[in-house]
Write a protein that binds this ligand. Structure first.
Ligand SMILES: Nc1nc2c([nH]c(=O)n2[C@H]2C[C@H](O)[C@@H](COP(=O)(O)OP(=O)(O)OP(=O)(O)O)O2)c(=O)[nH]1
Length: 132
């Protein structure tokens, strides 16, 4: 089984969760990406988040949330994506950069606009009353 190992940043404000859409895509994804050789978890996460959202994550505030796995969107059946999710504070102003075309704040009822692994994350957050 092929496994795509990713880190993702979960940012909730006012009960809504930040999500992104890349150029040429229809589904919304949580921001993040794959580790490059030699990077720590925080280095990988903060690099990806800076590239996609133009902000800097603050290392001391970063907290592990959970690991979630499902079929990867836009890949053949059986390819799974594993998302290691973190929360954390940041400096700067969120603005779409590089491949990101759109940034949205989604409610639980918007879950269907996202990928399978994000459905699991939405349910997990809703059970804990972290999103509305
Ligand atoms: N960052 C992120 N990736 C996700 C989410 N849900 C989900 O299925 N993925 C999948 C989409 C990508 O097809 C897959 C592989 O990521 P990748 O880092 O290899 O993607 P990529 O930009 O090279 O895109 P791809 O052409 O391989 O699809 O991870 C999500 O919420 N956030």
């Amino acid at each position: 089984m092929k496994l795509i190992d990713k880190h993702a940043w979960i940012e909730i404000q006012d009960g809504k969760i930040l999500s992104t859409r890349s150029k040429g895509r229809t589904k919304y994804y949580f921001p993040g990406g794959k580790r490059e050789a030699g990077e720590s978890d925080f280095e990988a996460l903060s690099r990806e988040i800076n590239e996609e959202l133009s902000i800097s994550l603050i290392e001391d505030s970063t907290r592990f949330l959970g690991i979630f796995q499902a079929q990867a969107d836009s890949h053949p059946d059986g390819v799974q994506v594993k998302m290691t999710c973190y929360t954390g504070a940041y400096t700067g102003t969120i603005a779409a950069a590089s491949e990101i075309e759109e940034i949205v704040w989604l409610k639980y009822q918007d879950k269907h606009l996202t990928s399978p692994v994000d459905h699991i994350i939405f349910d997990w957050l809703k059970e804990r009353e972290l999103i509305r």
